[in-house]
Write a protein that binds this ligand. Structure first.
Ligand code: ACO
Length: 340
């Protein structure tokens, strides 16, 4: 039987670090408020126009280079790309084709996934299905975001803009028939579209533009409607319910229990959400990996960025049972349970 093994992982963030105190120079906020509500101390933001080459696709490309190196592979070995982001370089096409070009792959397919904070989990589920069906052998799965160009840094947007950061993570998922190798043991994906407006960016969107009104009308900019909006407390309540549900579903599907887990890597939405879920599931500190303190919420990038760091730090060893779970805009949520 074909197994899906994570051959390598990588990550990349822009060099420029923005602390909570830096943000307090731009809006009415404080290190104390941000730390207490979110656990975030700093994040990375692409710096300025001189960093224009540091696009979402470029961040994904750099993470992919590291993942390929760690897998002992080259771009020529890849036969498919899945790219998850909510902040693509272009309105269209997606970032997958841009990374395919940057890596110098032939004409392999490139799929973009638009599931925001759950993007990487959805992307891994798709890649796993292609491997298990025998369609592809080596798939590059990327999650990457540039948030810093699209946040409202006025006082009006401070409840959202302090949370998000730029970054990327990637893994190489490969087919193997080695009986001793790891595998993806279970996946699940969920959505509840009725809550789309509770965490979204409306413009540019075809819902709000028609033939005599532009895709991005000037009023949308002056009214701050181009920025993400979040019903924060509502998101919090749903997240702390859906995380445990999807985690238990993933474990039950594989005949595992919470005690079997070696590491849980939640989407880095907010440290308070992760801690609430950890407590609810009875997981000890050494079985949960968080790095939101350094990067903020990097949405589709947060799980692969954390996974890559955890592997590099030796917190994930071959044979370990690891659970990745996410909840976010859509609402969407889901999990990937794997043996590394
Ligand atoms: N600095 C200082 N004050 C602020 C800031 C800020 N950055 N942002 C908001 N405030 C003020 C508000 O204006 C408000 O002031 P008021 O009482 O005078 O009106 C006060 O702080 C409280 O505002 P709330 O929005 O009620 O803040 P809350 O305590 O709910 O915390 C937060 C906001 C952290 C976003 C919270 O709702 C939360 O944890 N939500 C979970 C959702 C989340 O974290 N999502 C992450 C992204 S989505 C995802 O990845 C799933």
């Amino acid at each position: 039987m074909v197994k899906s093994i994570i051959k390598g992982a990588g990550h990349y963030v822009p060099e420029n670090t923005v602390t909570n105190n830096d943000l307090a120079q731009r809006m009415t906020t404080s290190d104390e408020w941000i730390t207490e509500r979110t656990g975030i101390k700093e994040r990375h933001h692409r710096k300025n126009r001189n960093d224009a080459e540091e696009t979402t696709a470029f961040l994904g490309f750099k993470a992919a280079e590291m993942a390929l190196k760690n897998a002992g592979m080259t771009a020529r070995d890849l036969d498919y790309i899945v790219f998850a982001t909510l902040s693509p370089d272009y309105y269209f096409p997606g970032c997958g084709v841009l990374v395919q070009e940057m890596l110098g792959c032939d004409t392999i397919g490139a799929l973009d996934v638009r599931n925001q904070c759950s993007g990487f989990v959805y992307a891994m589920s798709v890649a796993n299905a292609f491997i298990k069906s025998g369609t592809y052998r080596n798939i590059l799965v990327i999650g990457a975001e540039i948030h810093s160009f699209g946040l409202d840094f006025s006082d009006e947007g401070r409840g959202v803009s302090v949370i998000f950061g730029d970054g990327a993570g990637a893994v190489i998922l490969s087919a193997t028939k080695d009986e001793t190798a790891g595998d993806i043991l279970s996946v699940n994906m969920h959505a509840e579209g009725k809550y789309a407006d509770d965490l979204c960016t409306k413009f540019p969107g075809s819902k709000y533009g028609w033939s005599d009104r532009m895709r991005l009308e000037p009023g949308a900019v002056t009214n701050h409607e181009v920025y993400p909006v979040m019903n924060g407390n509502f998101v919090f309540k749903h997240a702390v319910t859906r995380f445990p549900e999807t985690m238990m579903e993933a474990l039950n599907a594989a005949g595992k229990t919470i005690d079997d887990l070696d590491l849980f890597i939640p989407h880095q939405a907010n440290l308070r959400i992760a801690q609430f879920v950890q407590q609810k599931m009875g997981l000890p500190d050494d079985k949960v990996f968080n790095n939101i303190q350094k990067y903020g919420n990097t949405t589709a990038a947060s799980i692969p960025l954390a996974l890559s760091e955890a592997i590099a730090a030796g917190k994930v060893q071959r044979g370990d049972l690891v659970l990745l779970s996410a909840f976010g805009s859509g609402f969407t949520w889901g999990s990937v349970l794997f043996e590394y």
